[in-house]
Design a protein around this ligand. Structure first.
Ligand code: PRT
Ligand code: MG
Length: 212
């Protein structure tokens, strides 16, 4: 049996065409089903539905053999025990620093001010500001980062941006681009060795189906 860990929403939707190309079809839709283990057309393949940030953990411990996770999530997790053979080029966005439209970020950085940064991506933010030599206090949040500068919780946020509509709607502007983000296929290292006959053909099919 091969277990594939996916999150609902954009990762599930954008991974489906790749799974289909490998001959795997989900028999239920996670948006309407309450099941967390979804059968597929193949008796030897099942899907499990987990939080996006939990995908690397399930794969690391071998509870799933394969998963799909954003580089944002993988960077925070650290990647221990994970083989990352393919960039799937899906769920694309950018990791950015953003501030209120009326906050003079450039001046604050120039003056060497200590900045308060609210983010879900603490490791990413710490590494980014350390490399720039900017002193920061990091405030860990679990969502809705865009709110933090509006209510005085932080000077800036580190968050993902895709269309930019959320920043715009909240009178925020992006001031730095940290990295481009897409999702990767992650594979449990032991599973790849023990179940290579099942996993390798899937990896080959995914590789051929990736839209560059
Ligand atoms: O939603 P939940 O709390 O369960 O978890 P999650 O937000 O980690 O999961 P999900 O499914 O929303 O995101 C899964 C993965 O999709 C992330 O780990 C990213 O790699 C990728 N991805 C791609 C995004 C976005 N685009 C994105 N725009 N993840 C989140 N966003 C959010 C962003 O945080 C911001 O709040 O969308 C908002 C901005 O969108 P725009 O279009 O207004 O700029
Ligand atoms: Mg989300």
């Amino acid at each position: 049996m091969i277990t594939i860990a996916l999150s609902k929403g954009r990762i599930f939707e954008e991974t489906m065409p790749l799974l289909n190309a490998a001959g795997i079809q989900a028999l239920e839709d996670p948006e309407s089903s309450r099941k967390l283990i979804l059968p597929t057309n193949r008796a030897d393949v099942q899907l499990i539905i987990v939080r996006a940030s939990d995908v690397p953990t399930y794969v690391q411990y071998g509870a799933a053999d394969i998963g799909v996770a954003g580089k944002d999530v993988l960077n925070e997790h650290g990647g221990t025990g994970l083989y990352q053979p393919l960039d799937l080029n899906i769920a694309k966005c950018r990791m950015m620093v953003a501030v209120r439209n009326d906050f003079d970020y450039e001046a604050a950085v120039k003056q060497g001010a200590r900045l308060r940064i609210a983010t879900k991506y603490v490791q990413t933010a710490r590494a980014h500001f350390a490399a720039k030599g900017v002193h920061v206090d990091l405030i860990k949040l679990y969502g809705s980062m865009e709110l933090a500068p509006l209510v005085g919780l932080s000077d800036a946020i580190v968050d993902l941006v895709s269309s930019g509509n959320t920043l715009k709607a909240n009178n925020l502007r992006a001031v730095e681009h940290i990295s481009d983000v897409s999702s990767r296929l992650v594979v449990n290292q032991a599973a790849l060795k023990l179940k290579r006959n099942l996993i390798q053909p899937m990896l080959d099919a995914f590789a051929l189906a990736i839209v560059k």
